[in-house]
Design a binder for this molecule. Sequence first.
Ligand SMILES: NC(=O)C1=CN([C@@H]2O[C@H](COP(=O)(O)OP(=O)(O)OC[C@H]3O[C@@H](n4cnc5c(N)ncnc54)[C@H](O)[C@@H]3O)[C@@H](O)[C@H]2O)C=CC1
Ligand SMILES: O=C(CO)[C@H](O)[C@H](O)COP(=O)(O)O
Length: 340
Amino acid sequence: MNRLSGPHRAGQSRNLAAGAPRARPPRFHSHHKRSDTMELGMVGLGKMGANMAERLVQGGHKVTGFDPSADARKAVAAKGVAGADSLEALVRALPAPRVLWLMVPAGKVTDDTVNALLPLLSKGDTVIDGGNSNYKDTLRRAALYDGHGLGYVDSGTSGGIWGLKEGYSMMVGGDAKTIDTLRPIFETLAPAADRGWGRVGPVGSGHFTKMVHNGIEYGLMQAYAEGFSILAHKKEFGLDLHQVGEIWRYGSVVRSWLLDLTTDALGKNPTMDGIAPYVVDSGEGRWTVDEAIDLDVPAPIITASLIERLRSRDTDSFSDKLLAAMRNEFGGHAIKSEAK
Ligand SMILES: NC(=O)C1=CN([C@@H]2O[C@H](COP(=O)(O)OP(=O)(O)OC[C@H]3O[C@@H](n4cnc5c(N)ncnc54)[C@H](O)[C@@H]3O)[C@@H](O)[C@H]2O)C=CC1
Ligand SMILES: O=C(CO)[C@H](O)[C@H](O)COP(=O)(O)O
């Protein structure tokens, strides 16, 4: 494995998380406290990849990054991340056996990247897909790589734009020995070397676990949004939603990081002024619902949360108009006319 000289200071990853507001003592201790640093390539230097590359550099690793956007490459250069202007140049810059972390949009871009890397890599090299890929795509890509003697690891990654400071939570799938060689990378990216990451099973299981994590995220988000909306509609009490959020953040049963962020958003913009009521989804929720159906698992909350997102985009609902028309047909109930 390509190790850089010079030990990575013991506990360095933990120091990175020292500013985290709600740091807790570790619940378990790793027997593999590595002091190594590594060299790796980061493909995709957007909101996630750029910060991950920066955190790795802060942890003493050597990172070369590729992104088709020259601006993205320039932004990370200032953080100590070397730049490559093509995938070929990136692969050439890395010592064998190579390690490449993909942090690109799921779907076609990931497929294109995986396919373009295939002829450039050599036996023993490993690709880690840290994006939100569908686990079925991951199984297909891993089988392709396995056939060429290449390692393929999936890391379901959570932490968003806060990961640079707080560390990332990583659900890792793949061959246990391969993952062990990548330990210094995960230990640095995680909130602490011995927590917030782990091998969850064979390849595919990391993305599967992240998919369910995001399904849960949809349900939690929906519950907070509905609760605050009920509070907002009780006009006679004139409730201050930011204040309520702040109260709930401490000691309440519903306190969470998501509530912290929700409260922050309410503090900045209590009436959600200027925000269109349109909620995007990137696929993880619908894959979770598909999977629940395939496995005969009832998942009504996650399913309803997904449907609510779809509903948010239906600003001229045909079904609601048809419902009003039906009531008129059977009961002669009045139809409210559309404002012209
Ligand atoms: N933003 C978030 O909160 C999280 C995102 N993810 C996942 O991480 C991945 C990256 O997400 P973000 O950084 O948020 O997206 P982003 O849109 O900010 O960045 C994606 C980057 O990939 C680059 N890119 C596009 N085509 C490329 C190609 N062919 N080769 C190399 N780079 C290419 C783009 O120029 C861009 O800089 C996605 O799979 C996303 O689902 C995972 C966890 C959280
Ligand atoms: O993985 C994430 C958070 O955990 C990403 O932010 C993801 O984009 C969220 O899912 P969606 O876009 O479907 O709301």
